[in-house]
Ligand binder design. Structure first.
Ligand code: GAL
Length: 330
């Protein structure tokens, strides 16, 4: 009887330990749901399209276009620590307020936020455009604090080049680049930025004549990856991927990635989440006009690497352990 009691005790301890481990392992999984509207902590729809993420301090910041009302979006900023709970940090660039042309003769698309470690300033590069897309310019804004106020540093054509759809990329050494669709949507222009991130100092044309836009770059190991789309306005199209061992040369030919309409998205950024066990990479895209511009969705998909290639699959929902950098799919 005593022996039986001992076995029962051991079995009970094992069972409880297994439960504890299961709970501990479950504790940090965050579920990302795609295809739904995100709401902020005050219950309003998150309006941050065509943007990017910046990790700063213990928070993640999401910058993007506020498409709630108008053709000329204000620029919104949100913060989160779990990619599910979104705190509205404010309109950091406002029509008619931040710049006199904004909302009159110019609008902003694809605002992208960076932190400059040398100057300790937050810098935004974006597409700075006329209503008919004839201006083909970029703009730069800067602030001492992430939530603003932001002041305009410069507007114009980088290296005198007509420039539209855009993104930024900050390499491991802090060197920043502005990359945009140039020359009437013909080429991608890679612009090296000055140390203060205020100016484009040199230009390299990539994928010449291939009419790519919505570029999103990640530097993973020794390889640069660039996802981009074709130019079909708000309609989705086949995303393509290219790789290189150098940011400004040696890019491979473009190859298809995802399904033929990029799961009804267009790339806005690639998120890098450094966990204690591994680094997770997340494709972030805009599902524009779903069913109208204000209700466009932000879609997040885990990136996998199979046989040396980047692979994207669609999941209505999937999980990430942000601390450990682990991904779990259904
Ligand atoms: C897309 C572009 C968007 C927006 C849209 C307007 O091609 O990626 O940022 O400019 O066209 O039609």
């Amino acid at each position: 009887m005593r022996e039986l009691g001992k076995h029962f005790f051991i079995a009970a301890v094992c069972f409880l330990s297994a439960c504890t481990i299961a709970v501990a392992q479950n504790a940090d999984w965050t579920t990302i749901h795609n295809g739904i509207e995100w709401t902020d902590t005050e219950g309003y729809i998150v309006q941050a399209h065509g943007g990017n993420f910046l990790q700063h301090g213990d928070r993640w910041y999401l910058i993007g276009e506020d498409r709630a009302r108008s053709w000329n979006p204000d620029v919104n900023l949100y913060s989160t620590d779990d990619f599910v709970t979104w705190k509205f940090e404010g309109k950091i660039i406002k029509n008619f307020v931040t710049h006199e042309a904004l909302g009159n003769t110019r609008m902003i698309e694809r605002p992208k936020l960076m932190y400059n470690n040398k100057t300790r300033k937050f810098v935004v590069w974006c597409h700075w455009e006329a209503r008919d897309y004839s201006a083909s310019e970029a703009a730069v804004f800067e602030s001492d604090s992430v939530a603003g106020p932001y002041e305009c540093v410069w507007t114009g054509r980088p290296c005198d080049t007509k420039s539209r759809d855009c993104n930024v990329f900050v390499d491991n050494d802090g060197q920043a680049y502005f990359i945009s669709t140039t020359d009437e949507n013909t080429n991608l222009g890679l612009f090296k930025l000055s140390d203060d991130y205020h100016a484009a100092v040199s230009k390299t044309l990539l994928f010449e004549g291939q009419r790519r836009e919505a570029p999103a770059i990640a530097h993973i190991g020794d390889t640069y990856y660039m996802i981009s789309s074709a130019c079909t306005g708000w309609d989705p199209n086949q995303a393509k991927i290219a790789t290189s061992d150098a940011i400004d040369k040696n890019w491979s030919p473009l190859e298809n990635i995802g399904d033929r309409i990029a799961f009804d998205t267009q790339a806005s950024s690639i998120l890098t989440i450094k966990g204690t066990e591994q680094t997770a990479y997340i494709y972030v895209g805009d599902r524009w006009m779903d069913p109208d511009l204000p209700r466009s969705k932000i879609i997040m998909l885990p990136i996998f690497f199979e046989n040396g290639k980047m692979v994207l699959r669609y999941y209505d929902s999937w999980q990430i352990d942000l601390k450990r950098g682990l991904i779990r799919t259904p």
